[in-house]
Design a protein around this ligand. Structure first.
Ligand code: ADP
Ligand code: ZN
Length: 755
């Protein structure tokens, strides 16, 4: 579908003031850079407000949009009438509407599209709130008692329901009542017909109020570093300063404790706090650290039902949650009196949304905090180059916490050159000598081990040794990964799956070798080397089943597992004191990606995984296997030297003119016909050349992932110091592409990668 296909021609601009008329600007969920004006008929004038949903005619249909502006100025000659106002009280506060406008501007989309991020779909859709059935007594105690006695013999289930009703006037939730008695709905309905009980629909509470544990936990004495950091944050909360703090704290330095204390101050003042964590860190372990301290915690999980999400949204808006924890989109939680935003692991790329609107939650948080004059706390052991540079420039205030609590040392990291491993023929062993010995040692002492490899599946490379053919996805230019448990070869970029080839698809020979290792192969290797040890695996394959992630982590915490093999899902936040050995099977996976953030990503992963070791007096060690032992980024990570890494990396970025020194707009064109894609990419370039300096326009060329899901991918990169050219570039690009139906264009401002 093309962007402009379904739109009317741009109307003639004719501004006419009419003091007796009222016009509404309506944001529709369409990829166009403007709002649509409608006349507010007499009867609706009283009801329409900014931020309310309205029904309007659009291309012979009635659609719902948001009223984002009201005026007495008519913009166009022909203006249709608003059909209805959906909300009496607007769904959107001025602040959230304002944030949506900011997103639209910064990420070159429409306000209507931006609103899709700000308001959950379930809230935007008009449907009734989720209710639960309650059974309450409908007659006086005398009558109920008599009715019960009458039924004691003949209708025992009804008698027992009545006994419950005699407990008190508040009654009982129908499902709980059925469970208690072990009956169906029918006795309830019979009693309701007899006028003895009533069945009411009540709104379900979405935010559980959990009583704090009665036994107070040992009150931690803050370290000097924690205390100093906290003081700065408390001062900003008190003074209502929109300071952005970058808490640069080593893994295990007690950053979370600083967040918790700052939130305590905010909640004590009757205000709310929002805590953003990466989606994969939104585990029960994380949540319980907050639930232990605060009564009313709302958790915005991605697997909430629509009804729950909507109800939670309403309750948060009503001020019924003191702390809101969630992934990216929680930055828009409608807290009525927000006092603080915290973003843990702020460097994580999952804070950037990779569908329209492609906003970054960190930047949205900066905006929200600025508008509310509240502090924002960004925390990480490995900050993003963007945040680090902002702190260097003095835009953010840095709070350093270089030491672990309890004077625990950071673990020793050994780099092992994979090329040095002794081997007979074929590839080097997956687990080298050094790592094997360390594992043996740890197992003998009944300690635990984490093995990290950022690739799932069994074999990542299926190759014919006779003709050299590499088995690729039929829809992408990407090698298939063999999944042994499922006995399938699958593509990690599209949904394509096939039976693993027995014969080479090219030469029909029987010599297909299964090379390259993913987490499944490591798991097998560990099981064969250490048959006595219990091994578990955690990656997006094993975590697909609901509850599996929690169960695997629980097993590991409770020491039912000795060795945990996993992808980046095990890299973050896990705090297991008995882990003494961490092995990074290959640090090269991310290092060789053709992307300007490859070194940053690798440093982050190695440092984060290393941080899982030695979180108790038992100490710990980390073994990093790599083919590039001399690479500066791996050397720095081995010394836990983030500052040194930033000192290497930032000048390189400045030299190459990459973020954080410039901002990027990536224009990605995808289509089935390569000729047409490349031709259109050329036309986009031509339309931009007059507007941009040559050094600010790169490409077009095939993207590093050049063919995915049967579509050819070409891209261009636009650079700008401030991003002020992006809107104009987006406009021209959309115009250039408007008439080409079979090529889609994606405009990604501040992309997290350029693959
Ligand atoms: P980070 O988030 O920086 O990795 P955490 O906040 O998870 O670190 O803290 C690591 C561990 O240290 C946790 O078990 C936490 O309860 C504990 N801890 C935090 N602060 C202190 C302190 N001041 N004294 C003792 N233990 C602490
Ligand atoms: Zn594919």
């Amino acid at each position: 579908m093309n962007l402009f296909d379904h739109l009317p021609d741009p109307p003639e601009t004719k501004t006419a003031e009419d003091p007796n008329a009222l016009y509404a600007d309506v944001a529709l969920h369409l990829p166009v850079d403007r709002e649509f004006q409608y006349r507010v008929p007499e009867g609706l004038r009283e009801r329409v407000t900014l931020g309310a949903r309205v029904r309007v005619p659009f291309r012979n249909r009635a659609v719902t949009g948001f009223c984002v502006g009201l005026s007495s100025k008519k913009q166009f000659d022909r203006v249709k009438d608003l059909e209805a106002v959906v909300d009496d009280t607007p769904l959107l506060s001025d602040l959230l509407l304002d944030l949506a406008r900011w997103i639209a501007k910064r990420y070159v989309c429409s306000v209507g599209e931006a609103l899709a991020a700000v308001l959950p779909l379930s809230v935007r859709r008009e449907r009734a709130a989720r209710t639960v059935a309650w059974v309450v007594p409908a007659a006086d105690t005398e009558t109920l008692r008599a009715a019960r006695d009458e039924r004691a013999e003949s209708r025992p289930a009804q008698a027992r329901v009545l006994t419950e009703m005699l407990e008190g006037p508040e009654g009982m939730e129908a499902s709980a009542l059925r469970r208690t008695i072990g009956c169906s709905d029918s006795p309830l309905r019979t009693l309701a017909r007899a006028g003895l009980v009533a069945i009411e629909q009540r709104r379900a509470a979405a935010i559980e109020s959990v009583a704090r544990p009665t036994a107070p936990k040992r009150e931690l004495v803050l370290t000097d570093e924690q205390r100093r950091a906290l003081e700065r944050v408390l001062a900003a909360i008190e003074a209502r300063h929109a300071t952005t703090f970058l808490v640069h704290g080593a893994t295990g330095s007690g950053k979370t404790e600083v967040y918790l204390r700052a939130i305590e101050a905010v909640v004590a003042a009757g205000r709310q706090a929002i805590v953003l964590v990466p989606e994969i860190s939104l585990t029960p372990q994380t949540v319980s650290r907050f639930r232990e301290r605060f009564d009313r915690v709302a958790v915005l999980h991605s697997h909430l039902t629509d009804a729950d999400r909507r109800e939670q949204w309403r309750e948060i808006r009503a001020g019924k949650a003191d702390v809101v924890i969630g992934a990216r989109s929680a930055v828009f939680a409608p807290t009525p009196d927000l006092g603080l935003i915290v973003i843990d692991e702020e460097h994580e790329s999952s804070f950037k949304q990779n569908t329209t609107p492609r906003y970054h939650a960190r930047d949205a948080a900066v905006e929200r905090a600025r508008r509310l004059a509240i502090p924002l706390l960004l925390g990480s052991a490995t900050p993003s180059m963007e945040s680090w540079q902002a702190a260097e420039r003095g835009t953010y205030e840095r709070l350093d916490m270089p030491h672990r609590v309890d004077s625990l040392a950071l673990p020793r990291v050994e780099i092992v050159d994979t090329a040095d491993e002794p081997r007979e023929h074929g590839p080097p062993p997956l687990i080298g000598r050094r790592l094997h010995l360390a594992m043996e040692d740890a197992l003998a002492k009944r300690e635990q081990i984490l093995l990290f490899l950022n690739r799932r599946g069994h074999s990542t490379f299926l190759c014919c040794t006779r003709c050299g053919h590499v088995v690729k996805c039929s829809r992408c230019d990407i090698t298939l990964t063999f999944h042994r448990r499922r006995r399938r070869a699958s593509c990690h970029y599209c949904s394509y799956e096939t039976d693993p080839p027995v014969r080479c698809p090219a030469c029909r020979g029987h010599s297909v070798r299964y090379l390259g290792a993913g987490t499944e192969k490591i798991e097998d290797e560990v099981a064969s080397r250490f048959p006595e040890a219990v091994v578990a695996r955690l990656d997006s394959d094993t975590a697909r089943k609901r509850g599996a992630l929690e169960a695997t982590l629980d097993d590991f915490r409770d020491r039912r597992t000795d060795i945990l093999v996993g992808t980046q899902m095990i890299a973050k936040g896990l705090d297991f004191p008995d882990v003494t050995v961490v092995g990074i099977i290959s640090a090269d996976v991310t290092l060789n990606l053709p992307d300007f953030r490859a070194a940053e990503r690798t440093f982050q992963l190695v440092a984060q995984v290393a941080g899982r070791a030695g979180r108790s007096r038992k100490g710990g060690m980390v073994i990093v296997q790599t083919l590039q032992p001399g690479h500066a980024c791996i050397q720095r990570a081995a010394r836990h030297d983030f500052t040194g890494f930033a000192q290497d990396e930032l000048p390189a970025r400045e030299e190459m003119r990459y973020p954080p020194f410039v901002r990027l707009l990536r224009i990605l064109l995808q289509g089935k016909d390569e000729q047409r894609v490349s031709k259109l990419a050329g036309a986009v370039r031509a339309s931009l050349e007059s507007k941009l300096r040559p050094e600010n326009l790169l490409g077009p060329g095939p993207a590093p992932l050049a063919y995915v899901d049967q579509r050819f991918r070409y891209h261009l990169l636009v650079k700008s110091e401030t991003g002020d050219t992006f809107r104009e570039v987006a406009k021209r690009t959309r115009e250039t592409c408007a008439r080409t139906r079979d090529v889609t264009v994606t405009l990604d401002v501040d992309p997290t990668d350029t693959l």
